[in-house]
Design a protein. Structure first.
Length: 344
């Protein structure tokens, strides 16, 4: 029995879907959709084969299905907060591979952390795309829900009730980081925070609170360098709290601020990790090139991008309408930027 016949048997007794046709034809659901509604956009041989298989399987498109198929544009919009920080490119790289495999093109726009820019991008591009992925969004929950009503939407590293998300759980990796610092003799940790409105910053702070509570480690938070300083004096003023002699270990919201902290300690003639241990979050390649190499929390960003694209395309093609968050785990990577706590 051919695969074609097996799929016909499998579909017997129920309505044949685009997914059934895709499996029988060995193509993506998006290619099936185009072959049935816009055959001119698909290789003629492929379009004819898909339409023949659809007929053999007994595919009958309802009016609503036809309207949906004809409305497909084969395009997905990714809105990233920034492209200068390399983590965003890694999310996009994972998305791009999956989109290409499913015959969707990926369009990218940058919000530069501005909510008005992000809202404008979504409003302008929504009529031209089938779905949207938000990466590092600063929109309010209400604004994200509104966008999700316009087009299928997935948010990366942001959970909003009623919206599909792909998030990274940092609890286990931060647990390991705190246990490692404790084993090295550290009794307190300074957390250099991320942007105040950042959902991810709040989750990382909560994870550290839980970890430090379990290990009986004191935890203190200071604001991070989340703006452009106008002068070296402003930088020194911000950095002053980290010069306190009682500070022996620092965990920073991301590797970018951790690198800045390493450079500031060096500028003040203070050794890392001899004077203080420093851990970042994100594990970007640049952190491995620092002296000392930066210990960090490694996040599987390409995989998260792939998962986000997968969930979005499933919603676009009506294969799934679930909104349960998809969760991945980060890992702690120990390098030379941490060491034994110095003697008091």
């Amino acid at each position: 029995m051919s695969d074609h016949e097996q799929n016909a048997d499998a579909a017997a007794g129920r309505a044949v879907t685009i997914n059934d046709i895709a499996k029988a034809a060995g193509v993506s659901p998006a290619t099936v959709s185009r072959s049935l509604s816009r055959p001119g956009r698909v290789n003629a041989e492929t379009a004819n084969r898909v339409r023949r298989i659809a007929q053999d399987l007994g595919y009958r498109a309802t009016n609503s299905t036809l309207e949906h198929d004809q409305a497909l544009r084969g395009a997905i919009l990714a809105v990233a907060a920034d492209l200068r920080y390399p983590i965003y490119a890694e999310f996009l790289y994972g998305m791009q591979g999956l989109c290409m495999a499913k015959n969707f093109c990926l369009t990218t726009a940058v919000s530069a952390y501005r909510t008005d820019t992000e809202r404008g991008i979504i409003a302008r591009f929504s009529p031209s795309v089938d779905g949207i992925v938000l990466i590092g969004t600063s929109l309010s929950d209400a604004a994200i829900r509104k966008a999700a009503q316009m087009r299928p939407l997935v948010a990366i590293n942001r959970q909003v009730s009623g919206v599909q998300s792909v998030v990274c759980d940092d609890q286990h990796s931060l647990d390991e980081a705190v246990r490692t610092l404790k084993a090295l003799g550290h009794t307190s940790i300074e957390y250099v925070a991320g942007p105040e409105r950042s959902w991810q910053n709040g989750m990382r702070w909560l994870a550290l609170l839980n970890a430090c509570h379990r290990e009986h480690i004191r935890l203190h938070q200071i604001p991070g360098p989340n703006r452009i300083f106008d002068s070296d004096d402003e930088v020194d003023e911000w950095f002053a709290s980290l010069l306190d002699p009682s500070v022996t270990a620092v965990i920073s919201y991301n590797d970018l601020s951790a690198e800045m902290i390493l450079n500031m300690y060096r500028r003040h003639g203070m050794d890392v990790p001899g004077r203080v241990s420093v851990i970042g979050i994100d594990d970007i390649r640049e952190g491995t090139l620092l002296t000392p190499a930066l210990s960090s929390i490694s996040v599987p960003r390409e995989r998260m991008g792939e998962l986000a694209a997968t969930k979005l395309i499933e919603r676009i093609l009506r294969v799934s309408d679930g909104i349960a968050p998809v969760t991945v785990r980060s890992t702690f990577v120990r390098r030379d930027s941490i060491g034994p706590a110095r003697a008091a």
